[in-house]
Design a binder for this molecule. Structure first.
Ligand code: GLN
Length: 286
């Protein structure tokens, strides 16, 4: 069977089983397996080898179990990075790229050389993208999970020329970040923000494969914003800014939580679909 025929057959099996994005799943898995560009698959006329067919079949059966394509591959693309994954970290989302854009804009407005902290870094997506795209920044990344930090450190080695530009900290919110007290210019975070009762209703790709620690935001989904905005003020320089990813419809409430914590609201920024995805707050007194 040619690559083209194999991916079409796989796509129809996925479609019949009700798996979302069947064609993209089938094509991305096969093109990554063959080291080919997705658009070139249909020009590949040579048959797949036995090993390739077997490996592809194994991938498709995992996808039939609703395992996300990135977990099957073991990596995900994010901005200019290829991030390796593990079961302990959330798959970086396209939505979060707009949070990085909001952070980069704030950095540029502050003349570029900032001390940045990505709190709850997971795979390292936000911290590494900022280090990669704004080399003048001093980037710090923290996570409560030692396993996540191992993955993030590895991603720094795999993706950055000088991986030492990102400093990693094991910390439960501020506890563990005492060394940064009063020194942070920009705090970025994508905290867990799904309401606990909504977890069961998420797509199987998220519910069964992303770590609950990275998703569960408590009864109304906003617990981590309350804690984070109340507790991290001591890390921020006067005039420092905070850029937070928020779930659909949460921007207004998170801005209010920030104001109750004594911050000034700067604004909110949409993602590619037009949903407000990043909120921006500022510590008073610059
Ligand atoms: N964006 C994630 C989702 O798909 C949630 C991530 C988070 O809670 N920070 O549900």
């Amino acid at each position: 069977m040619t690559a083209h025929d194999a991916s079409r057959a796989a796509a129809s099996r996925l479609r019949e089983a009700g798996v979302p994005e069947p064609t993209a799943s089938a094509e991305v898995l096969l093109s990554e397996l063959l080291g080919a560009r997705r658009g070139d698959l249909r020009f590949r006329r040579e048959p797949l080898s036995r090993e390739q067919s077997k490996a592809y079949e194994a991938m498709i059966s995992r996808r039939l179990d609703r395992e996300p394509v990135q977990r099957i591959l073991g990596y995900a693309y994010f901005r200019n990075l290829r991030l390796s994954l593990g079961e302990e970290v959330l798959i970086p989302r396209a939505d979060t790229e707009s949070v990085v854009e909001a952070a980069l804009e704030r950095i540029d407005l502050r003349d570029g050389a900032c001390r940045v902290l990505d709190l709850g870094t997971g795979s390292g997506a936000i911290a590494l993208a900022i280090a990669d795209e704004r080399p003048a920044c001093e980037v710090h990344a923290s996570d409560v999970s030692e396993a996540a930090l191992r993955i993030a450190r590895r991603n720094a080695e795999l993706n950055l020329d000088r991986s030492e530009r990102v400093a990693f900290h094991r910390a439960d919110l501020v506890s563990g970040l005492e060394a940064l007290a009063g020194d942070v210019d920009l705090l970025v975070s994508n905290p867990p923000y799904v309401a606990s009762a909504a977890l069961a209703g998420l797509a199987p790709e998220v519910r069964d494969w992303d770590p609950p620690l990275a998703l569960d935001g408590g009864p109304d989904g906003l617990d981590l914003y309350r804690r984070l905005l109340a507790e991290t003020a001591c890390l921020l320089k006067p005039g420092a800014e905070v850029v937070l990813e928020v779930g659909d419809g949460q921007a207004k409430e998170v801005l209010c939580i920030g104001e109750s914590a004594g911050l000034r609201r700067v604004g909110a920024r949409p993602d590619l679909t037009g949903t407000l995805r990043a909120v921006i707050l500022e510590k008073k007194g610059s």
